[in-house]
Design a protein around this ligand. Structure first.
Ligand SMILES: *Cc1c(COP(=O)(O)O)cnc(C)c1O
Length: 841
């Protein structure tokens, strides 16, 4: 597919290796020069004038001006990687929840101020243009956002890491709320074009599906496997630049779009089935049409498996193509120069695909191919929820990926032989550990394929990694303890503090300098200022302004008035029973009951904000959204309540909304059932922005509390161990009987106080609370949750002490930078050398 073979293009196109950046002019970064570029794109490229009434065009013009400046650094970075012939990591992820690019690009290029001035001089506020950019919402939640933060940190650390994902035509659905119910609308984010991407048809790959295998003697006399009669699909890459923070590095996020091969089914065509023949084009293009909107389970859907294989195959072929370009077809050095990090089990088919490519396409023997595979693949686990563990019916593999099924069978056979040697006669263990789960419908356990095929397996917070070793992957831990490690998640402070909270950025910069933007531990220097009353006053002022901005968003999107003097109590994340938005709303109902009973002495007014999307097929999650909205309706319209309590459900929670939400939050709700939230990253964004956490000992909450100290964290609830013990004798009826507050809340819900005209609407919710098998044990943590909430309210009354805690939360959030996370991945798993880009000009 590379066009450079057939045309004598100018030789500067082929100046590898050891090329120099000679003829690329360096674009100016001053306000005048940025303004000039902007005018050029607006007037000459887009052809607009003063009569342009759509903010879209000036936005695109600015994006193009910025993109040019990214482009020169992008090229110089990629050339430096080639010249250094360095080891690289490919980060394989089905999701990249990137959000908007403009503000982040300005920050990382170091031209926020220049751009502000350059456009201001033209009568434009760039922030207003930035609002026009749609979120790149190619992910569900934490897992996809983590991948995006990782990209930012790798570029900032100058690590040669490339992201590989899918360019979904439709990203995460847009959520609206109609009569309190979630409605889903397609997110056609590419409709007006996407100025940040670059199509690279010259790197198109071909991905096979279907067909069957044939064993034939090759020219050298040995048997070779041929995967034939396949229906092929093209994978066309679209690259997005990922700038590091003011360091000249620009890495690549490569997203694949599926396209039909131009080959027509001539048989069908000649038989007169023209439409059917063209129809095949549709099937090919469907692969990357839509993101599956399920946060933590999607089993058995053929299209989803197609997406997974499409990503794995296209990405591996691309990496190998690049390797062969640089090193010839010799694979001896491949493992030392490449690593593949699998973001959850979604891209795990890459284990079998790499084996196939090395053996069938490059002629390596099994042992050599396996050695390469096992020393390049690394797997990150993201959840302990059993329903989230991916399994695929063998039958589906047989139809769709017959050659890969053969390879998986062989991997499993060899693996089980190894187990029999370690534990002779232990048939139960063989059954437990087999990659193939036997039973009515045999299934492939993708997590086990990942475990067997990788040299590294990591969880995403200390507790989560420990629970993996003790529970889910116990057998594998006994076999390969050295594979297991922990990498506590993080968030990038560039987007999640410097860019989204300019007010706080300014205060911090003035106080301790700008070093924290690339070295978050430096925030520690803020700690002494927690004792400085003048500093606290400034801190409060910034928080107040951020609360006003958040109140504006709530007014605009929910029509509800939040008073910035009230405590802003926020829970935003995917709606899931384990995250326990239900527990939050029980507290709200409890507050409402107190107000109605006149129990309001020393009351702290509260604005409770809840937001998040439910998977479209997750009935209970959708019902919880309806309950939140109904409770909000009653509370907000009761004159007895007035300003004491407000409740809002924010529709369409997404990255750009979180950029307004976390700076304006006082209290961050992290209230999952202990042992269920692998890490959480929302908790970290809130902490960085000076929110105090009310939370359980789950995921990274534990580490957040360790860092900031118990005095500045509202802890409640059972530990993961207590949760497990209690299951055997859990008796929610007794809990409800024993707590008059909970009794009253249940009574209001069950007598239909929030569903006057729809009796029984919320029965399944109240029944789940009363169910002794309630996996989330909502009732069990109610009492201590209310106590912690009361403690938080009381603490909020002491303005100075609350501000002190707020400052300390920010000051002690250094650990939760993805810069730290990426450094750990690199030191323990990837072993990459940072590469400095070639100088420009
Ligand atoms: C950070 C983030 C998440 C993850 O939130 P958790 O509270 O860790 O589940 C999900 N969605 C968006 C848009 C985010 O920014």
């Amino acid at each position: 597919m590379r066009h450079n073979d057939d045309a004598p293009f100018a030789s500067f196109l082929h100046s590898r290796p050891n090329q120099k950046l000679t003829d690329i002019p360096v674009l100016g970064m001053s306000s005048t020069q940025v303004g000039k570029s902007f005018k050029h794109y607006f007037n000459n490229t887009l052809g607009r004038d003063r009569n342009c009434d759509k903010v879209h065009y000036p936005y695109v013009a600015l994006a193009m001006a910025i993109r040019d400046r990214l482009m020169e650094r992008w090229k110089s970075t990629q050339m430096a990687y080639d010249n250094a012939d360095c080891k690289r990591t490919s980060y394989l992820s089905m999701e990249f929840l990137m959000g908007r690019a403009l503000s982040n690009s300005l920050l990382n290029l170091g031209i926020t101020d220049a751009t502000t001035k350059g456009l201001y001089d033209l009568g434009i506020l760039w922030e207003e243009l930035a609002e026009n950019e749609p979120d790149a919402g190619l992910g569900n939640g934490g897992l996809g956002r983590l991948a995006a933060c990782f990209m930012d940190s790798c570029a900032t650390l100058q690590l040669p890491v490339k992201g590989f994902g899918i360019r979904y035509e439709y990203g995460m659905f847009r959520q609206t709320i109609v009569d309190g119910n979630q409605m889903e609308e397609p997110d056609h984010w590419l409709r007006d074009g996407y100025p940040w991407e670059l199509e690279r048809p010259e790197y198109t790959q071909r991905v096979q599906f279907g067909g069957h295998t044939e064993y034939r003697r090759g020219s050298d006399g040995s048997f070779k496997v041929f995967w034939v009669d396949t229906h092929d699909v093209l994978a066309v890459p679209y690259d997005t630049p990922i700038p590091g923070y003011r360091n000249g590095t620009v890495n690549t996020l490569r997203l694949w779009k599926s396209a039909a091969t131009d080959e027509f089914d001539l048989g069908e065509f000649n038989a007169g089935s023209y439409a059917e023949s063209v129809g095949a084009k549709n099937a090919a293009e469907n692969i990357t049409m839509v993101l599956y909107p399920n946060d933590s389970s999607e089993n058995g859907k053929e299209l989803r498996l197609r997406q997974q294989y499409f990503l794995a195959s296209a990405s591996l072929k691309d990496v190998i193509r690049d390797w062969c370009d640089r090193s010839g077809q010799l694979f001896d050095g491949f493992a030392a120069s490449n690593c593949f990090q699998l973001n959850d089990t979604h891209p795990t088919i890459a284990v079998a695909e790499l084996m196939r490519l090395l053996m069938d396409e490059y002629g390596l023997g099994w042992d050599k191919a396996w050695e390469i595979t096992q020393s390049t693949m690394a797997y990150t686990n993201h959840t302990l929820l059993p329903e989230a563990l991916e399994k695929w019916p063998v039958r589906l593999f047989q139809q769709l990926l017959p050659r890969l099924l053969e390879i998986i069978y062989e991997i499993n056979a060899r693996f089980l032989r190894q187990i029999s040697c370690y534990w002779p006669g232990d048939n139960d263990r063989l059954r437990r550990m087999s990659i193939i789960e036997e039973g009515g419908e045999p299934q492939i356990r993708m997590a086990y394929l990942a475990l067997v095929g990788s040299f590294s397996v990591n969880g995403v917070a200390q507790l989560h990694s420990n629970l993996l070793k003790e529970g889910l992957f116990r057998d594998f831990y006994e076999l390969w303890p050295e594979k297991f490690n922990n990498k506590t998640n993080g968030a990038t402070q560039r987007r999640w503090l410097a860019s989204c909270n300019p007010g706080l950025r300014g205060v911090i910069n003035k106080t301790i300098g700008e070093g924290w933007i690339s070295d978050l531990e430096q925030l520690r220097q803020l700690a002494p200022y927690a004792e400085d009353a003048k500093f606290r006053k400034i801190w409060r002022k910034v928080k107040q302004e951020n609360k006003q901005k958040l109140a504006q968003l709530v007014k605009q999107d929910c029509g509800i008035k939040f008073d910035a003097n009230a405590m802003f109590d926020v829970q935003v994340k995917r709606i899931h029973e384990y995250k326990r938005q239900l527990l939050n709303i029980l507290h709200v109902v409890h507050l409402y009951a107190r107000i109605k009973a006149g129990d309001t002495a020393e009351w702290i007014p509260r604005c409770v904000l809840i937001g998040g999307k439910a998977a479209p097929g997750y009935a209970m999650a959708k019902l919880i959204i309806k309950l939140i909205n109904n409770v909000a309706d009653v509370v907000n319209n009761d004159p007895d309540v007035g300003e004491l309590l407000k409740v809002a459900f924010l529709p369409n929670y997404r990255v750009s909304a979180m950029e307004v939400i976390c700076p304006g939050t006082d209290l961050s709700e992290q209230i999952s059932t202990a042992g269920k939230e692998a890490s959480g990253t929302g908790n970290m964004k809130f902490m960085m922005n000076g929110a105090l956490t009310i939370g359980t000992l789950d995921g990274a909450n534990i580490e957040i509390r360790e860092e900031v100290g118990d005095d500045h964290f509202f802890l409640f609830g059972m530990t993961a161990e207590e949760v497990m013990d209690r299951r055997t004798y859990y008796n929610p009826e007794a809990v409800i009987k024993g707590d008059p507050d909970l009794r009253q809340v249940m009574n209001l819900l069950e007598k239909g106080h929030f569903n006057q005209f729809f009796p029984r609407l919320f029965d399944s919710i109240t029944q789940s609370i009363r169910n002794p098998h309630d996996p989330w044990m909502v009732a069990a943590d109610f009492t201590s949750y209310i106590a912690a909430q009361n403690k938080a309210a009381k603490a909020y009354r002491d303005v100075e002490s609350w501000t002190r805690s707020s400052i300390l939360n920010t000051a002690m959030s250094g650990k939760f930078s993805t810069d730290r996370t990426m450094r750990e991945y690199n030191e323990d798993i990837w072993h990459l050398e940072p590469v400095v880009p070639l100088p420009l000009g």
